[in-house]
Ligand binder design. Structure first.
Ligand SMILES: [Zn+2]
Length: 103
């Protein structure tokens, strides 16, 4: 193994072209150079844009979550009101009243 670490420029060339092959063993066994290669291999801006599109949450996520939470809170308030009218704790009311199936 070559004990000298190649320059960033040489590592960039190795990353882009795959050569020179004499660096393969050094990069494969040297944590420092392997880490530098990983840093140099950051996705291009175009790839970053594609990844952000793929990984972005659906545009309607917040309204859907908000609707779901509000619906659950309304159901819970209804149960609490009914339980209060019957003089029962909410958990007992929940056992008696079957909750509607969720979407
Ligand atoms: Zn090295």
């Amino acid at each position: 193994m070559n004990l000298r670490h190649p320059s960033r420029r040489t590592l960039r060339e190795w990353l882009d072209t795959g050569g020179p092959a004499s660096l393969d063993e050094h990069i494969g066994t040297c944590l420092r150079c392997a880490g530098r290669v990983e840093d140099l291999a950051e996705p291009s801006p175009a790839m970053g844009e594609l990844l952000s599109q793929v990984l972005a949450p659906p545009v309607d996520l917040v309204p859907r979550l908000s609707d779901g939470i509000n619906s659950k809170l309304r159901d819970r308030a209804d149960l609490r009101l009914l339980g209060g009218m019957l003089g029962l704790p909410i958990e007992t009311t929940r056992l008696i009243v079957r909750e509607p199936p969720s979407d």
